[in-house]
Design a protein around this ligand. Structure first.
Ligand code: UT7
Length: 328
C-alpha cells in the first residue's frame, strides 16, 4: 500500500510586521536582519487567532482541495510547539471538533521545526493499518506568543501561520517515497522553552526563569547546515539517485543562509529550493506545509517531480521525506 497527498492548504494571519517595524523598538535594522537571515517581514497573529484557529483555516483549504469530507478523516495530527493549552487538551482535539472530523482520532505531535515531517511519516504508518481513512496532517504555530520581544537574537526570526495536507492510501507501491528521521538530544539546550515539570514550581530557580523561547543561534545554524545536507544525501543514497535528479526541495524556512549553504554543500542550484522566508520568517512546524501549499498553488509542483521536504530544529530533531509528486 502506498500513500499520496491529495490536497494542501495554508493560512497566514493578515498582520505583517516588517524589519523596520521591529527596528523601531529594538537595536537592529532591516539591513542586518535581511543580510543575516533573508527575512524582510513576518505574519503575526492578531487577537482573533491562535494555533487551533489557524490550523482550522489551513486544514479546511486542504480538505477542499482534496475533495475529502471531514467525516471521512481517520486521524488529525497537529504538529506544534505552541499549543492552545500548555498540556491538555491537545490542539488537535480543538481542531477535530471545529472541522467536524467526527470519526477521527486526534493528537498533537511535538518535534519542533521537524514536526510536520515527523507527522507526515506517522500518517503513512496510520494509513498502512487503516487504508480507507485519510489523515489530516497540520503544522500550526503561534510563536509570537512565546518570544522575548526584547531579544534581538531570537525575536526577529519567527512568524506565525499554519499549513496542512490531506494524505490517503493508494494501491500499489510507494512511488519512491523514502523517509529519514533522526534526533540528537545532546543539543537539547540549543533551543528551549522553560515552564514544564522539570523543576519544582516553588523553587527559586523556577520562579526566576523566563518562559520565552531561548536560542543559541550559532550552534543551531551549524547543526542545521550539516544535517540538512546529510538528510538530502541520505535520502538520495537510500533511493539510489543523485541529488541532481531532485526537482525541488521544500525545506524548513529557518534562515535563507542555511538554505544557501546547503545548496553549495551538495552542489545543487539554489532555484531548486523553494523559498518564502522573505515574507514569512521561521514558522517552525508550519514552515514546510505553508511552503508546500504555496508551491502547489503557484503551479511550481508538477506531476512526476521528485521532491524532498526537510526540517530541523529543537530537540534537536531533523528529518526529510522524498516522494514523487502525485497528479490530480
Ligand atoms: O528552526 C530552527 C531554529 N533556529 C534557527 O534555525 C536559527 C539558526 N541561527 C541563525 O539563523 C543565526 O545564528 C542568527 C540569525 C540567529 C544569528 O546570526 P549570526 O550570524 O549567527 O549572529 P551571531 O549570533 O553570531 O551574532 C553576531 C552579532 C552579535 O554582536 P557582537 O557580539 O558580535 O557585537 C549579536 O549581538 O550580531 C548581533 N546580533 C544582531 N545585531 C543586529 C544578533 N542579532 C542581531 C540583530 N540585529 N537582530
Amino acid at each position: 500500500m502506498g500513500a499520496k497527498i491529495l490536497g494542501t492548504g495554508s493560512y497566514l494571519p493578515p498582520k505583517e510586521v516588517t524589519n523596520d517595524d521591529l527596528a523601531a523598538s529594538l537595536d537592529t535594522s532591516d539591513e542586518w536582519i535581511f543580510s543575516h537571515t533573508g527575512i524582510h517581514s513576518r505574519h503575526i497573529a492578531g487577537p482573533e487567532d491562535c494555533t487551533s484557529t489557524m490550523a482550522v483555516k489551513a486544514a479546511q483549504k486542504a480538505l477542499d482541495a482534496a475533495k475529502v469530507p471531514a467525516e471521512k478523516i481517520g486521524a488529525v495530527i497537529v504538529a506544534t510547539s505552541t499549543p492552545d493549552y500548555d498540556t491538555f487538551p491537545s490542539t488537535a482535539c480543538i481542531v477535530q471538533n471545529a472541522l467536524g472530523c467526527v470519526n477521527a482520532a486526534a493528537y498533537d505531535l511535538q518535534a519542533a521545526c521537524t514536526g510536520f515531517i515527523y507527522a507526515l511519516e506517522q500518517a503513512r504508518c496510520y494509513l498502512a493499518l487503516h487504508p480507507t481513512r485519510p489523515v489530516l496532517v497540520i503544522g500550526s504555530e503561534t510563536l509570537s506568543r512565546i518570544l522575548d520581544w526584547k531579544d534581538r537574537g531570537s525575536c526577529i526570526l519567527f512568524g506565525d501561520g499554519a499549513g496542512a495536507v490531506v494524505i490517503a492510501a493508494t494501491p500499489g507501491g510507494n512511488e519512491g517515497w523514502t523517509t529519514h528521521l533522526r534526533a540528537d538530544g545532546s543539543g537539547a539546550e540549543f533551543i528551549l522553552r522553560e515552564g514544564g515539570t522539570r523543576l519544582d514550581p516553588e523553587s527559586d530557580e523556577a520562579k526566576s526563569l523566563s518562559r520565552a523561547l531561548m536560542l543559541k543561534g550559532r550552534q543551531v545554524f551549524n547543526f542545521a547546515v550539516k544535517t540538512f545536507a546529510d538528510i538530502i544525501e541520505n535520502l538520495c543514497a537510500e533511493s539510489g539517485i543523485k541529488s541532481s535528479d531532485l526537482d525541488m526541495i521544500v525545506a524548513h524556512q529557518a534562515n535563507g543562509r542555511i538554505i544557501e549553504a546547503t545548496a553549495r554543500r551538495i552542489d545543487l542550484p539554489l532555484d531548486k529550493f523553494f523559498m518564502n522566508i522573505e515574507s514569512t520568517g521561521n514558522t517552525s512546524a508550519a514552515s514546510v506545509p505553508v511552503a508546500l501549499d504555496q508551491a502547489v498553488r503557484a503551479g511550481r509542483l508538477k506531476e512526476g517531480m521528485r521532491i524532498v521536504m526537510a526540517g530541523f530544529g529543537s530537540g534537536l530533531t531533523y528529518g526529510g521525506t522524498m516522494m514523487t509528486w502525485p497528479g490530480n
